[in-house]
Design a protein around this ligand. Sequence first.
Ligand SMILES: [Ca+2]
Length: 314
Amino acid sequence: MSTPRKIIIDTDPGQDDAVAILLALASPEEIEVLGITAVAGNVPLPLTQKNARIVCELAGRPDVAVFAGCETPMDRPLVTAEHVHGKTGLDGPTLPDPQMPLREEHAVDFIIRTLRDHPPGTVTLCPLGPLTNIATALRHAPDIAPRIAEIVLMGGAYFEVGNITPTAEFNIYVDPEAAKIVFASGVPLTVMPLDVTHKALVTRTRNDAFRAIGTPVGRAVAEMTEFFERFDKEKYGSAGAPLHDPCVTAYLIRPDLFTGRFINVEIETHSPLTLGMTVADWWRVTKRAPNATFMGDIDADGFFALLTERLARL
Ligand SMILES: [Ca+2]
């Protein structure tokens, strides 16, 4: 038995964030969640921090420390995605308001303190939303960069190009300056772009498998992914909702489900036409130094088997 990886989940729930958190909390052999830090993204911060607590309570884990972070991107007004996630960010199931408290400490202070308190190379950051909290922590406390074991994030796209603009994925688009800081930080990066997550589709059969778990968690996940899928079916004509963020937590448990390339990835922060584009040198046509393991493929059946098996534990 190896010891579980200590992680901080940085998130903007979001139905797919919720599933990512549930998967982490269902997997104590592999993952120890030190805390959950909320950031503005899919919906504004008051909702994302509340939704993070709703999800912890759904998992039966009101003991998890949840912190609120940055309300707006570093240099821009917030762009949200209610058109995908609904008004609350967690539309679909009816879940009770959380009773567990929000911690008083700012998410950025928690991230910095946790990295300084742990031995270098023992804490992994898992951003599932815009990178505002992570980049703000790196800017305030550059000494934490070499202490971070790895950043495993959902964001960006190469072959799939964009979902919020023709050339940008939502998380990177919302705070491209933050993304630029993270991709230039020198921290080992593993990236789950749309190229991967658009292959992790909740088909009817996979949704039925969540529901067949027969628990409140199974039902809630089935209802969340049903809500979420309206948007993608209309937009892409796809077979179901892509489960973007759970790819991050699944990677911590079963990295063998994913394949990618160690390449250079730069973030566009100026062009109005391509703002937030992840310029990924997939074909290695530049001499720019590799800075990220950019995933390209997923064993989707293996991913959903893992997810369904783990969710059934909660
Ligand atoms: Ca998210």
